[in-house]
Design a protein. Structure first.
Length: 362
């Protein structure tokens, strides 16, 4: 019988609180400390924790008190590299919210600094763990549609949420929309296709969102729609269709893969749709009917976050890796390359050209 994993949560904004909610419903884990420099964020987190949980404003105080087995870094993107450099001295298990860093160079810097780190470093990529997406991935890797040839992902969703000090309104803080938001999807592409990206072409702009907003006299510069094509070494192509002014949708994400034997697709319900189930549909070329597999998620798990239950299942996998001393399912390399693809896509839009991943010296 394993002891409970004791978590320290660094950053108690929207995502930090989602982690707390999910840890609260896992019997083998508990939150023992939270840390945030923003009093308002801390106050929002207080109703989610019990009186025994320690509250810190200073990360060094949290580290020095040494009460956690694992830390979650859920602070604004641009703060990650500084926090990661400081937290390496703890030799504790780490789960770092996506994106790992805002630039490929910072990701490579952290990778180098952590070469001899003895505990698990896990990049938070919740979308891998959405139950319908997980079912789709398993079917593809079981060769149900044969050799995959094409993969397309569509996310039509709501605009970026308002966050502390409006940090997510500017690309300098986020890495840009195609890093901040889309690293999830680039990670899914690599995981599903099982190959490395070679080049990226993207077309997108800021068409609707945040254009009337001003922060210290500056208008936000984050992209709100794009098409991104990623070519892979094995010849497979991935397409991402992103629109962030399409919130009234039953399904927020749709994923379709086509192989030489057939096609598979799934749909992730919008958090606002009230749906707790989805389908994985498999249409083989030799068949006359499309097979449908229902995928349900417990409503208690759905209620713990905005990612269709995925944060809960991600924590189960993280805890399992800790208890079994196994490798992280989502590595630093996964985090690094997902940022590199996003950065390449942002560059492709700015410079109106195909961008080779060789330019990033991965």
């Amino acid at each position: 019988m394993n002891n409970k994993i004791k978590y320290g949560i660094i950053g108690t904004g929207v995502m930090g609180r989602e982690h707390i909610n999910n840890i609260n419903i896992i019997d083998s884990a508990e939150v023992v400390a939270i840390c945030d420099t923003n009093e308002n964020s801390t106050n929002h987190a207080k109703p989610l924790i019990n009186d025994t949980v320690k509250i810190y404003k200073n990360i060094d105080d949290l580290i020095n008190n040494n009460i956690a087995d694992a830390y979650i870094i859920a602070t604004p993107n641009f703060t990650h590299i500084d926090i990661l450099e400081r937290i390496l001295k703890t030799n504790k298990h780490l789960l770092i919210e996506k994106p790992l860093c805002t630039t490929t160079e910072d990701c490579k810097k952290f990778d180098l600094l952590s070469k001899n780190y003895s505990k698990i470093i896990w990049t938070g990529m919740e979308y891998r763990y959405m139950p319908p997406v997980k079912q789709l991935i398993d079917e593809i890797h079981n060769n149900v549609i044969g050799n995959i040839k094409m993969l397309s992902i569509r996310e039509h969703r709501f605009p970026f949420l308002t966050k502390v000090d409006d940090w997510n309104r500017f690309s300098i803080n986020t890495g840009g929309t195609l890093v901040e938001k889309c690293c999830h999807f680039f990670d899914l592409m690599r995981l599903i296709i099982q190959s490395e990206p070679t080049k990226v072409y993207a077309s997108g702009n800021q068409a609707v969102n945040h254009l009337m907003e001003k922060y210290n006299g500056k208008t936000p510069d984050i992209i709100d729609n794009a098409f991104i094509i990623v070519d892979f070494e094995n010849g497979v192509r991935g397409l991402l269709d992103l629109c962030m002014f399409a919130e009234n949708s039953d399904y927020q994400e749709e994923i379709v893969a086509v192989g030489d034997l057939g096609k598979i697709e799934t749909f992730v319900p919008s958090h606002y749709s009230g749906k707790n189930s989805s389908e994985v549909r498999i249409g083989l070329r030799k068949d006359d009917v499309v097979k449908r597999k229902l995928v349900k998620v417990d409503k208690k798990i759905l209620a713990a976050g905005h990612h269709h239950g995925s944060t809960y299942f991600e924590h189960l996998a993280f805890i399992n890796a800790i208890n079994n001393n196994s490798s992280p399912e989502v590595s630093l390399k996964d985090g690094l390359i997902s940022v590199a693809i996003g950065e390449a896509a942002e560059l492709s839009i700015k410079e109106n050209r195909v961008v080779s991943l060789k330019e990033f010296n991965l």
